[in-house]
Design a protein around this ligand. Sequence first.
Ligand code: ADP
Length: 188
Amino acid sequence: MKLILFGPPGAGKGTQATFIAEKYNVAHISTGDVLREAVKNQTEVGLHAKSFMDKGELVPDSVVIEIIKQKLSSLDSMKFMLDGFPRTVPQAEALDTMLGELGVNLDVVVFLDVDDEEVVQRIMKRQELENRQDDTEDVVRNRLNVYREQTSPLGEFYDNKGILKKINGIGSVDDISERINEVLLAIV
Ligand code: ADP
């Protein structure tokens, strides 16, 4: 299976991604995780990315596209889930090109739908627990704006391809996993 997990910051992508990766045996590719690791290790990419991440801005397309290229080319099998990528139309177009070169198609884009108010509440709670640098209220609001302007158009992009599945992202973690299962079990 080849899928994208899509939705606003704080929609619960990371939580559901862990469950999907185990149950469906797909590689979990999270650009956020790769970038945070690069920041931690103070690599060249990390140092460059940090200034954008701290402000809640997107890291330049060329940087994240390169990350995804490397990740996809190092997979043993073409079973993967992208989490946090693509986030812009140029990223989605670059992904189409990469997948075309690999000769594969996406099966589904799972859209975890959560409203802004819930997102801000969840992220504020996460800040208390995890203390992520980019989880302060101002930065969260900026991430939401960036999402609205640059990322949400991808909903239409994938809906036009007929592979977008919208899931209500409000409810318990188990309820949401169940909703995702209903969609994925119909595909595998
Ligand atoms: P969240 O889903 O909570 O917004 P992520 O962990 O996915 O957080 O991403 C954290 C930050 O990493 C983003 O705010 C952005 O700066 C950067 N980032 C992650 N993925 C991408 C991407 N595909 N394009 C550009 N920037 C990205």
